[in-house]
Design a protein around this ligand. Structure first.
Ligand code: PBG
Length: 344
């Protein structure tokens, strides 16, 4: 029996609705769904964050980010090669700095042969076609795990900015294509732009972490770069309050004025409203960072069989596109790129 007959036997009198608009028409078939789809995810939307380390083992797993490993510089070059083959446009490099090299000033950040610089040179020498983005902030290098200089429990703004400018120039000299300040100090975009220009790096782009929130979603990342245990206090005096939306627009306006080429919002999925607002307000290339805690939640659920990984990962990334993002930093990048390549 048909469902209509069944309904009739149950005493329901079905005679249809007199509708002009039936939005389901456009969803009826696969070809129609493809034809009317407003947003799509492509490999060109992906930025892959990788963790590098020194040491003898080639790879070290990060327990709170199952499936993600720290790589030696040699392995990072192999990863870049794989990424370039998959046509991933760019990598973002984050270092796990040996604890013996960390100090209160983050001095190692200015070492022209530090782990980040070594990685930049090694990848540039072999895979020049892939974009390299570097993080400007002191946290991987400081013994206290903060992004800036700490004095009597306070993070010093202007003194930190001076060091960040030098860090950015050191990275540009080693081959960074895009400088991505994630520190949230006031005035750092303008200072870094001026510093890069003065050093002859007028072509190096700046992707500003314009709206970066003080978030618990960064937990696994701090395991990955080894600051989880050393971080004293929290980052709420420089990273933004999760309750604020308009403040993100003011922060981004300053960065745009100071010379940011691209904006970024972080974390990602819980802050899609901010992505949407910044893209609407400035129309600049706008990126979102699907951060470590988001990765851990999704990957943890996939590994437990609670959600379908083949569907949830691309869906989570498509959501960023719908919100207006031009691209996404995501630890899922190689996996997604492989799938997109297989789909042709
Ligand atoms: C630090 C930095 C953080 C992330 C990128 N750069 C963490 C923090 O602010 O403590 C987080 C990335 C992630 O969670 O995946 N400058």
């Amino acid at each position: 029996v048909s469902e209509a007959e069944l309904a009739r036997t149950q005493g329901l009198d079905l005679h249809g609705l007199d509708l002009v608009h039936r939005p389901r028409r456009n969803r009826k078939t696969d070809w129609a769904r493809r034809l009317v789809r407003e947003n799509t995810l492509t490999v060109d939307d992906l930025i892959w964050p990788i963790f590098v380390m020194n040491g003898t083992a080639t790879r070290a797993p990060i327990p709170s980010m199952p499936g993600v490993e720290r790589l030696t510089v040699d392995e990072a070059v192999r990863a870049a090669e794989m990424a370039a083959k998959l046509k991933i446009p760019a990598l973002a490099i984050f270092p796990y700095v040996d604890p013996s090299l960390r100090d209160p000033l983050g001095s190692e950040a200015l070492n022209t042969n530090n782990l980040v610089c070594q990685t930049l040179r090694a990848i540039k020498a072999e895979i020049p076609e892939i974009g390299l983005i570097t993080d400007v902030a002191l946290d991987p290098f400081t013994s206290h795990g903060h992004d800036g200089l700490l004095e009597d429990g306070r993070i010093l703004n202007d003194e930190t900015v001076e060091i960040l400018v030098r860090q950015a120039v050191v990275q540009a000299e080693a081959g960074a294509d895009v400088i991505a300040p994630s520190d949230m100090m006031d005035g750092r975009i303008g200072a870094i732009r001026a510093g890069l220009d003065a050093a002859g790096f007028t072509d190096v782009q700046i992707m500003s972490y314009a709206a970066k929130y003080a978030s618990a979603f960064y937990g696994p990342f701090r395991d990955a770069i080894g600051t989880a245990k050393t971080l004293s206090g929290d980052k709420r005096t420089y990273q933004m309050d999760p309750g604020n939306g308009l403040e993100a627009i003011r922060e981004a306006a300053l960065d745009v004025e100071e010379g940011a080429d691209m904006l970024m919002v972080k974390p990602g999925l819980p802050y899609l409203d901010i992505v949407y607002r910044l893209k609407e307000a400035f129309g600049l290339p706008t990126f979102a960072y699907q951060v470590s805690g988001e990765y851990a939640m999704i990957e943890g659920a996939i590994r437990n069989g609670w959600v379908d990984g083949d569907r949830i990962v691309p869906e989570s990334l498509l959501a960023f596109k719908r919100a207006g993002a031009d691209g996404i930093l995501t630890y899922f990048a190689p996996r997604v790129a492989e799938r997109l390549a297989a789909q042709g």
